[in-house]
Every structure is written in C-alpha cells, then in structure tokens.
Design a protein around this ligand. Structure first.
Ligand code: GDP
Ligand code: GDP
Length: 438
C-alpha cells in the first residue's frame, strides 16, 4: 500500500529538474492537478516495470535567499536522508567534482541509505567519457552515466533504483488504521497525539518546531486500532535550522503516503492559511480519506451559539476543493471532541475502503439517468452503458460511455454525487474514470 520514496539531490544546474521530468514523463502519471491550489512541483508518482514509487525533487524546494548553495544542498540532502528509501545524487560531467559535491556525498554516505550517483550530461551514446572516472572518488558503488535531456541511461538508472526498493506490501494489520497528523508548525499535532495516547509521553514545547521526532504510535482504544504518525518533529535530529516549512512539506508528504487517513490540523486561533491548503492538497492528491481538524477551539474567544456553524462554513469554502472532507472542531488541550474524532476516523476510513457491487451500482445509474437526462451535443446524446468499481482507496469507478466528450464535468459531478448519496460515501474522495466503448 505504501509506495517507496526516491529523492533526487544535487547542485543547482546539474540537471535535476530535467531528470525528474524525464523519469516522470517517461513512465508516469504526474500527480493530478488540484483545482484551486498551485503547488511546488516537487514530487510525482513514477512507475517503472510495474512498480510504483514517489519521486521527490529536493531541488524544487525553494532555497532561502540568505542561504549559500552549500547550506541549501546540505538541507536537501538531509531531507532526502530522512524521507527517502533510495537517493539519486546528480552531478554534472562537464563541471567535474566540486567541494560541495564532496561534502554532500560524505553526508549521504554516512546515512547508509542506498545512493546512486547519476553523472548527468553524458550526451554521447556508447562513449564513456574519461571524466566519468573522477566521480568514483565520491566513494559510491553505483556510478551511472546518463543524459537527462536525451534519456540515455535513464532506464538503467530506474532499474538500479528499483533494485534497492522494497515493493512488497507492508504488513500492517488490516484492521489497524494508519493515520497521518499533518499541518503547519504549532497547530497542535503533538498535543493531539499526546491527548490520544492519554499520557504525556512526548514533550511539547511552546515554540514552533521544537517538538521531537516524527514517530509511529500504535493506539488501541474503544474506537478501534490505529497507528498515528505525528509529523511535528525531526527537525532537531536533522539540525535543520532554517526552512522548517519547506521541510515539513516533504515530511507531510511521506507520512500521508503511508497513511489511510490524513488529519489536516488547522489552528482555530489563527484561522485558515495558504499553507494549510497546500498541506491538505497532498492528501487530496493521493486520494486519502481526509478530515479537517480545527484545533484549539477552547482558545477561541467570544464564542456564541452560531460561531461554530459560521466558522464551519468559512473553512468549507477554503477547503472547497475537497468538499468530501468533514470538518470537526476539537481541543487537544481539553480533550473536547477528541472521541468524536476517533469515531470519525473509523467512518471515513471505511468509506475510503468501501466496495459497491456492480448490480446495485447500475440500478442506481438507471435511476439517476432517468431522473436527469444525460447531456447531448449536435443531436448525439451521452449514453453510459455501464458503471463498475475498479478499485478502492479511494473508491474508483469506471464508466463505459459512447462518447467521452459528451460526459461533461457537471454531469460527472452529478453521477459522483449520486454514488455518494446512494452508498453513504459522502466523506471520501471518489474517482471516476471514463472509457469509450465503440
Ligand atoms: P537543476 O538546477 O539541477 O534542476 O538543473 P536543470 O534541470 O534546470 O538543468 C540545468 C541546465 O542543464 C538546463 O539548461 C538543462 O537543459 C541542462 N541539462 C540538463 N540535463 C542535461 C543533459 O543531459 N545534457 C545536456 N547537454 N544538458 C542538460
Ligand atoms: P505542533 O508543532 O503542531 O506539534 O504543535 P504543538 O502540539 O507543539 O502545540 C503548539 C502550541 O499550541 C503548544 O503551546 C500547545 O500547548 C498549544 N496547543 C495545542 N493544542 C491546543 C489546544 O487545543 N488548545 C490550546 N489552547 N492550545 C493548544
């Protein structure tokens, strides 16, 4: 269920983005666009020989103006070490080795992660440039000449990467729900984890980013079995002093990838921020069951009877691109609504994993198309022959139709809403794949 993560690191201009695009464009599905949010293109789903992994371009993480190149590279490398299962370090054959390459290589070697050195811009096929050998000095076992622009060597590179990855399904007990707690620094991720644990196992400090490592915590309680990943920390261990938010993005991404339910925490005393929707976008892109958790409700001042309802509408608007995500107001500090949250996690998880039998699905389709006629264009009317569920997490339906272009967005939305209403799937993302049948 959880995909391995591969990170690309290297100096500016060595060709990381070009490689990233090549590896994705070649075999891949870039994570679909989320309407309403612009994101850094720093990760994509890649597929090679039937295996899928997540590719992270650490170079796409914006450098701070104040940082030198070396500092930025070290930060990238640290992110890669903390999050990736395999790292591709890219160097430029034309520039030769630089001191910063050596520095970063040293860091990477110490991590004991599988590292592949991709020597880029080897544009002449079949000819191994003499300059290549210099790069063996970095001490990596795997040194591969590639040309990202032309694509030479990238297939071998993918083979080498995949050889290091474990694609076997992780053995998580089926009935244990993996939950990622994500959100900006200081929204209360650690406090919530502590509250759920019911004991103060972790130290929560008052400043942003001072909490400890992200950890997986199994929790068994009256609501079921869970495993919570709190993404608050890792900063300390990583000696990362700047750019916490950029770093958090990759952490959140990795945690979400490994979860079934994502809790997107926002701070009721601050309200919605752009960063919140960005973080949420990662979970949405991956088709996870999501819950918008508005924390610190206890600290909201001057609450009146309709304050919660008004705020709920405000948040619903901000997160309208994921209208299926329930919004709950809690206090990690007082425990308010935390039990309700546990129940909600169970509910959204079971919806996300639901299967609808084909028979009842098509009965519903017949009713739905009778109630609202499918659209037509130039005398030709859309006909949906058949609807079937292809997969779960998220529930993905395939519609076989006479002509794709007639299946307008608004009618797709109508059909999806019908599925939601009829089968109790209000709280999960749903995908609809449209296929033409001659
Ligand atoms: P990044 O900063 O590491 O992401 O590097 P880019 O991907 O932006 O590439 C920097 C420059 O190197 C661009 O002008 C690319 O077109 C060029 N480049 C990248 N890969 C290759 C390659 O394989 N061969 C050649 N000749 N140029 C390349
Ligand atoms: P993290 O960085 O997201 O893990 O946030 P923390 O859990 O470290 O919390 C940041 C600060 O918010 C700490 O001072 C917490 O005591 C405070 N906090 C967390 N949850 C609540 C809450 O429900 N109510 C109030 N009033 N404060 C909270």
């Amino acid at each position: 269920m959880s995909k391995p993560i591969v990170a690309v690191v290297g100096r500016p201009n060595v060709g990381k983005s070009t490689l990233f695009n090549k590896l994705c464009g070649q075999r891949l599905a870039i994570v679909e666009d989320t309407p309403g949010i612009t994101r850094d293109r720093i990760f994509a789903n890649c597929e090679w020989s039937g295996h899928e992994f997540l590719l992270v371009d650490t170079g796409g993480i914006e450098p701070k103006a104040t940082e030198g190149i070396l500092a930025h590279m070290r930060e990238q490398a640290q992110i890669a070490i903390d999050t990736a299962d395999c790292i591709i370090m890219v160097v430029d054959v034309r520039n030769g080795l630089t001191a910063s390459d050596e520095d970063v290589a040293h860091m990477l070697r110490r991590s004991h992660k599988p590292i592949i050195l991709a020597v880029n811009k080897c544009d002449n096929v079949g000819q191994t440039p003499m300059e290549l050998y210099e790069f063996y000095n970095l001490g990596f076992d795997e040194v591969m000449p590639i040309s990202s622009v032309h694509g030479h060597g990238t297939g071998d590179l993918l083979d080498a990467v995949c050889a290091h990855l474990d694609f076997s399904e992780t053995v998580v007990e089926e009935d244990r729900i993996p939950v990622a707690i994500i959100g900006r620094p200081n929204v209360g991720k650690s406090s919530l984890t502590n509250r759920i644990l019911g004991e103060n196992r972790m130290i929560v400090a008052n400043e942003a980013g001072t909490t400890r490592d992200a950890i997986d915590t199994p929790v068994d309680n009256a609501y079921g079995k869970f495993i919570f990943t709190d993404t608050a920390g890792l900063r300390k261990r990583s000696n990362i002093t700047d750019g916490l938010e950029r770093y958090m993005v990759v952490r959140a991404l990795a945690a979400v990838e490994r979860s079934r339910v994502a809790l997107i925490l926002v701070d009721a005393t601050v309200g919605f921020t752009e960063q919140d929707s960005k973080v949420a976008g990662y979970a949405h892109d991956q088709g996870k069951a999501c819950i918008i958790v508005v924390n610190k409700w206890d600290a909201v001042e001057g609450k009146e009877t309709n304050t919660m309802e008004l705020q709920r509408r405000g948040y619903a608007e901000c997160f309208s691109f994921m209208g299926y995500a329930p919004i709950i107001f809690i206090s990690a500090q007082t425990g308010y609504n935390v039990n309700k949250l546990m129940q909600l996690i169970r509910d959204v998880d079971s919806q996300n994993g639901a299967r609808v039998p084909t028979g009842v699905l098509n009965e519903m389709l017949a009713r739905a198309t009778a109630r609202m006629q499918p659209p037509s264009d130039k005398g030709r009317r859309l006909k949906i022959f058949y609807l079937t569920q292809a997969s779960t997490r998220p529930p993905t339906f395939v519609a076989f139709v006479n002509a794709k272009h007639l299946f307008h967005f608004s009618y797709q939305r109508y059909i999806i809403n019908q599925i939601r209403e009829n089968f109790g799937l209000e709280h999960t993302p749903i995908r609809l794949v449209v296929r033409e049948r001659g």
